[in-house]
Design a protein around this ligand. Sequence first.
Ligand code: SAM
Ligand code: SF4
Length: 359
Amino acid sequence: MEFEKILKKEKLEREDLIAMLSAKGEERKLLFEKAVETKLKYVGNKVYFRGLVEFSNICSKDCYYCGIRKGNDKVARYNLSDKEILDAATYAHENRYGSLVLQGGEIISPAFTKRIENLLKKIKKLSNKGLGITLSLGEQSRDTYQRWMDAGAHRYLLRIESSSRELYNKIHPVNEHHEFETRYDCLRTLQDLGYQTGTGVMIGLPFQTIEQLADDILFMKDFDVDMVGMGPYIEHHDTPLYQFKDQLLPIKERFDLTLNMIASLRIVMKDINIAAATALQAIDPIGREKAVKIGANIIMPNVTPGLFRNDYALYENKPCTDEDPEQCLNCMDVRIQLADGEIGYGKWGDSAHYVRRKK
Ligand code: SAM
Ligand code: SF4
């Protein structure tokens, strides 16, 4: 069978990836089997937690897809206090999450750089250097990335959103604040500084083609990223892209395509960390677990205080917005077991790819 031959290939070409991303029925089953086999061989069945703190929805950018974009005046803006952030970090540490992700809107200012620097030092201190820290704070200068690294951050997530410049320019305003080149250069700077570098894309965007998604996988491989977080695009009614909602793939197909992307990426980049995006859970209550089952090995349980979660609405139907972290944790344990995984409590769970690359 043609498809089986593809899965046995040492080097996958663009056409192979297109076939893999289009897989349905029996082919899809084979794709998932191969991804599981690869995952177990190269990264094992451990799933690592990154406690996610969405500490502010204040953003200086206007990405056309995002519910908290600057131009959305219907959003109640918030900015957690340092104490609230440190309490969330303490919670993650005490519950042996291993790592923390600080995520928020993109702000570029000396005061912001300083604030994050101080927070990083305090988080390292309160956890006795125990918590690993990932940042996801958008495009910053080399100096800022360096200062944050010196203060204790060692991973950075910056999704390229789409590796197609043409599509990138359709989903962002075309101006100096939203340039593809800047995003690309930031990713290179992060890698150059020695961060474990993560990127990702949205899947099922308006105008997006299966060929572009295959190119996204090749982009990640060529870039030699250490981590990937990618999830389905989910429309938000107060954003400019909402006008194209009738052109989107049905939500279930976007979900299935995301799983095909994750499985294909696992086969191509065998030893990287792949996160099961929260957006999967907005579509299917056990969406993230399904991703873990077929290739992902990272989960980012939300540890943002429940009060603020509703206001970090990037897309519609964002899950668990009214839950407390405790409730999340209890339910995660059971869920991961159901996905044939085992939680790596208290471990950083660094990307095996990064460790190998550094050697
Ligand atoms: N501001 C930082 C940045 O853009 O890198 C970090 C926070 S931003 C909210 C994190 C990610 O949310 C983005 O990289 C984007 O892929 C995702 N996102 C935003 N709007 C989305 C939507 N409507 N559907 C799915 N994901 C979305
Ligand atoms: Fe801001 Fe990030 Fe949303 Fe873009 S995706 S509007 S940078 S929070």
